[in-house]
Ligand binder design. Structure first.
Ligand SMILES: N[C@@H](CCC(=O)N[C@@H](CS)C(=O)NCC(=O)O)C(=O)O
Length: 212
């Protein structure tokens, strides 16, 4: 049985949702984030970065949400949450996943944890504003380059739609909520209507509008 160390709505959300999509058995371990449980010696043994999530399957211990998502997609190929290897669709899947994790996600983290990225307290406000502008531009690129949809890969739902929806939640306090863009909004609406996603939200106890 899989074990996922999670905290509601955190980067654990995408792997958790994929586990629900594939119908695998999972034991969830709620990280005591308010008391820095993710910095405890026991947790750091599993995840030296002290971040959430961590995935355990027997001897396999994995950190990094996107890596966990890819591994789960590989383990459950029948559910087809990732296109076949070597196809153009797979290449676009890689492109969008890397874009989400390498371009959008870091700037969202700078926006939320600005103080960690500078020693100049007076500059925090400006840095946060800069991060917000960059995040808006990144989401604009998704909106203008994702094709007719309804999903990032067109007609085919995949793991990256879940990942994008998670990042839209993380951006819900921005002046311009990511999912207010037309295509992204339609995509997230479909994702959030899926029983597996609704179940993930319910189990994590996430209340209120998911996208703000
Ligand atoms: N690149 C990591 C980022 C994970 C991450 O930033 N997790 C956040 C929660 S969403 C976290 O653990 N924050 C606590 C901290 O950094 O101290 C991943 O995708 O797994």
């Amino acid at each position: 049985m899989y074990n996922l160390h999670y905290y509601p709505g955190n980067a654990s959300f995408a792997p958790h949702a994929i586990i629900r999509e594939v119908g695998a058995e999972v034991e969830l371990t709620l990280v005591d984030r308010p008391n820095n449980g993710h910095k405890s010696p026991a947790y750091l043994k599993l995840n030296p970065a002290g971040r959430i999530p961590t995935f355990v399957d027997g001897d396999l211990v994995l950190f990094e949400a996107a890596a966990i998502c890819l591994h789960l997609c590989d383990k459950h190929p029948d559910v087809r949450l990732v296109p076949a290897v070597g196809t153009d669709a797979r290449a676009h899947f890689y492109k969008w996943l890397m874009y989400l994790t390498n371009s959008i996600q870091p700037d969202v983290l700078i926006y939320h944890y600005t103080g960690r990225y500078t020693t100049d307290e007076a500059g925090i406000g400006g840095m946060k504003a800069g991060a917000e502008a960059r995040i808006n531009a990144w989401f604009d690129i998704v909106e203008s380059h994702m094709g007719p949809g309804p999903y990032l890969l067109g007609e085919t739902y995949s793991a990256i739609d879940i990942y994008l929806t998670m990042l839209c939640r993380w951006g819900r306090t921005l002046g311009k909520k990511p999912a207010t863009r037309t295509k992204i909004g339609a995509l997230t609406e479909r994702v959030l209507a899926r029983p597996a996603i609704r179940k993930t939200i319910e189990i994590e106890g996430i209340e209120g509008p998911f996208l703000g």
